[in-house]
Design a protein around this ligand. Structure first.
Ligand code: ZN
Length: 254
């Protein structure tokens, strides 16, 4: 039983505990190229949040990892079989309910541990921050925490070398053999401003990628996944400790 994982701990342990920070992993259920499981983002957020929390807990941080929310925003993938969409407005409602509980119970810090590129909590946290002035609300994208190209040869953002390496490390039995991997080729939009990223529109997934992947996974390995996992959880673990210790009345440097 890991005392920092809510789904595993118990009332006996928690009734006299004083938790500072709740961590909410949030994933998605969607196709990941031909070869990775639909639950890829959920597996990643669970493993990464749990290990980061363990490192922080062992240094005295009082935090709790909530169960992973398994569905994310997949509005751009409505024609991809069994990709399950949760609308942003539904996410806002879920967050409001969870924050209501935390706020009432005096757990004033919440980190959303996001694992899916289509989830974007910023505007929701602005709105909820106004509603719950005592709460400190933040969100993280672990996939932006390190310079990925120090760990992986090829970039991408969906079922690419990084995600394939991580799932090969976490759950090798759920990764199809290499002969089955698609190339994850992304078709660029005809208007170049989109590639420059100052003009944005949602990608229509089935038109952007043949195999649903974005980024070629061909150089992925378990060893690369392990190396990245160790370094990224060490970095996130430190930040979780800092969040736990943070004095909400004195957060900025003088
Ligand atoms: Zn993913």
């Amino acid at each position: 039983m890991r005392p920092y994982i809510l789904a595993e701990t118990n009332w006996k342990h928690l009734k006299n505990e004083k938790i500072e920070l709740a961590v909410l992993p949030w994933g998605a259920t969607e196709a990941h190229n031909y070869h990775l499981p639909y639950g890829t983002d959920n597996i990643e957020s669970e493993y990464l949040a749990a290990e980061s929390a363990r490192l922080a807990w062992e240094n005295g941080a009082k935090l709790i990892v909530l169960p992973t929310i398994p569905f994310g925003v997949n509005t751009g993938q409505s024609d991809i079989y069994l990709d399950i969409n949760l609308n942003p407005s539904t996410q806002l409602s879920i967050l409001r309910d969870i924050i209501t509980v935390l706020n009432r119970q005096g757990i004033y810090k919440l980190l959303i541990f996001n694992s899916h590129g289509g989830n974007d909590f910023k505007t929701m946290l602005r709105e909820l921050g106004l509603e719950f002035p005592k709460m400190f609300l933040c969100s993280s994208n672990w996939f932006q925490a390190l310079d990925r190209l120090k760990y992986f040869e090829l970039d991408g953002d969906h079922a690419e070398e990084m995600e394939t390496s991580l799932i090969m490390y976490f759950k090798p039995e759920l990764v199809l053999p290499k002969e089955e991997w698609g190339e994850g080729k992304e078709k660029k939009h005809k208007i170049t401003a989109f590639s420059e990223q100052w003009l944005w529109t949602e990608r229509k997934w089935s038109e952007v990628s043949e195999d649903t992947g974005i980024g070629n996974p061909k150089f992925a390995s378990k060893e690369k996944g392990e190396r990245f996992f160790k370094d990224v959880t060490k970095k996130i673990g430190k930040t979780l400790e800092e969040l736990c210790k943070l004095d909400l009345k004195d957060s900025y440097e003088s």
